[in-house]
Design a protein around this ligand. Structure first.
Ligand SMILES: NC(=O)c1ccc[n+]([C@@H]2O[C@H](COP(=O)([O-])OP(=O)(O)OC[C@H]3O[C@@H](n4cnc5c(N)ncnc54)[C@H](OP(=O)(O)O)[C@@H]3O)[C@@H](O)[C@H]2O)c1
Length: 274
């Protein structure tokens, strides 16, 4: 397994996304993923599957310390009255004393970061998470969070795939010295149907989905693809044994389009930088 590092965090270079995985399927997919070599799990309180993710982790037989576990606090729990309770609830459901990375899932329209960031710092100091970070923050919010935090932020999780231009926010995340996690890394299944990715993949004996994941990995971005199918676990992991040329990387970057975004900003979210 390769890793990306920032501010003391060492994050496996690919992770297993779990959004929409529920009940026995979630337990089974998480434990199968870990048994087949995945070492990084992405969940969130909002996904309603933390209990099953924790169960899958235990069922896998893989040691807790060998797995990088991320969860997130939903935007309506970012105030002083709710934040710590939300984190405690996540830990109880996951059945672990701490996670490796705790993210603010979305910014809140009403709770200022000056209230939330100290709470994020506090749970880190209390040992409930090893590392902290944010998700879906635009540049202004990332600047503000970086100014307010006393504990280092290590990661921002955003939508990244070949069909979306995230140059500006990626630049800001890097300027702040954070790692980047890419959600929707195969564009929610749209990458597999793309003819350019297919052609490039054929040249390497790889699928279009693998090309999309490799394009991210090669930029030092951590993709967290999700699948509900066991046979795709090996396919999605097999992206470390080939390399895209500079010309191929550039050609894939040209697939970006104005309507490429998959996850629309929620009504409460601030404007994206595009
Ligand atoms: N922070 C946030 O706000 C946020 C937002 C969205 C997502 N996320 C996280 O990011 C993870 C990944 O994003 P995502 O689930 O939205 O999108 P994704 O991983 O890009 O795509 C998942 C879809 O692609 C299909 N798929 C997976 N592997 C495939 C392959 N090798 N070939 C063809 N199709 C394949 C899956 O179908 P099958 O199940 O049929 O394989 C599923 O429908 C989520 O699970 C979640 O953990 C975070």
């Amino acid at each position: 397994m390769q890793y990306v590092e920032a501010n003391g965090a060492r994050i496996p270079a690919i992770g297993f996304g779990t959004m929409t995985l529920k009940d026995a399927l979630c337990v089974d997919m998480v434990s199968t993923a870990l048994r087949s070599g995945w070492r990084h799990l992405d969940t969130a309180q909002m996904y309603g599957n933390e209990r099953e993710v924790g169960e899958g982790l235990r069922a896998s037989g893989v040691k807790r310390d060998d797995v990088f576990l991320t969860t997130k606090v939903w935007w309506d729990k970012l105030g002083a009255a709710d934040f710590e309770r939300s984190v405690d609830e996540s830990l109880t459901k996951l059945g672990v004393p701490s996670v490796d990375l705790l993210l603010i899932h979305w910014p809140s329209p009403s709770v200022p970061l000056s209230e939330t960031i100290p709470l994020l710092n506090k749970v880190k100091r209390e040992g409930k998470t090893k590392h902290i970070g944010v998700a879906n923050f635009n540049i202004a919010l990332l600047d503000e969070a970086s100014r307010l935090t006393k504990e280092p932020l290590v990661n921002e999780q955003i939508e990244v795939h070949p069909f979306l231009d995230q140059t500006k926010i990626l630049g800001a995340i890097r300027r702040h010295g954070l790692t980047v996690t890419a959600y929707c890394p195969i564009a929610r299944g749209k990458a597999p149907g793309d003819t350019t990715l297919e052609r490039i993949g054929k040249a390497h004996g790889k699928s279009p989905g693998q090309v999309s994941l490799r394009w991210l990995v090669q930029q030092g971005i951590v993709p967290i693809p999700r699948t509900s199918k066991k046979e795709r676990l090996a396919e999605n992991m097999a992206v470390f044994d080939f390399a895209l040329s500079d010309a191929e990387m550039a050609e894939i970057a040209k697939l970006k389009r104005p309507d490429g975004r998959i996850v629309s900003p929620s009504p409460q979210a601030p404007k994206w930088d595009s």
